[in-house]
Each structure stands twice: as C-alpha cells, then as structure tokens.
Design a protein. Structure first.
Length: 73
C-alpha cells in the first residue's frame, strides 16, 4: 500500500523516538492503529454506498427503458 523502504522506516522511527518519549510510543502507536481502523471502515462504508447508488441508477435506467417500451406498444 505504501512504498516505504526499510531506510525510510528507520528514519521515521528515529524521529519518533526523538520527538516522542519512549513511554508515549505505545499510546501513539495504539492511537494511530485506531485511526487507521476508523479510516478503513469509513472508506469501506463509502465504497458500499457508492455501489448501492450505482445499482440504484441501473434499476432506474431499466425502469425508464421498460416505460418507454410499454408506451410504444
């Protein structure tokens, strides 16, 4: 998903240790995990809503086509 090399990951970890005390790292990691989970759930909900909307539009198009056919007869 992310294109992060090992060297970049090490730099990120070193910066985190410098700016965040080691005692707070687990809290920060837990918070980041929860945030990532919420983002994942949110994007899944958006995707399912868009799929439902697409299906609804297909049904509306079918309904219009059936109405056109019944009017022509």
């Amino acid at each position: 998903m992310f294109d992060i090399s090992f060297a970049e990951l090490v730099v990120i970890l070193v910066v985190m240790v410098l700016f965040v005390s080691p005692k707070n790292l687990p809290l920060l990691a837990r918070g980041a995990g929860k945030l990532a989970q919420k983002i994942k759930i949110f994007t899944q909900e958006i995707k399912s809503e868009l799929d439902r909307e697409e299906n609804f539009q297909e049904l509306k198009n079918i309904e219009k086509e059936l109405k056109k056919r019944s009017i022509k007869k």
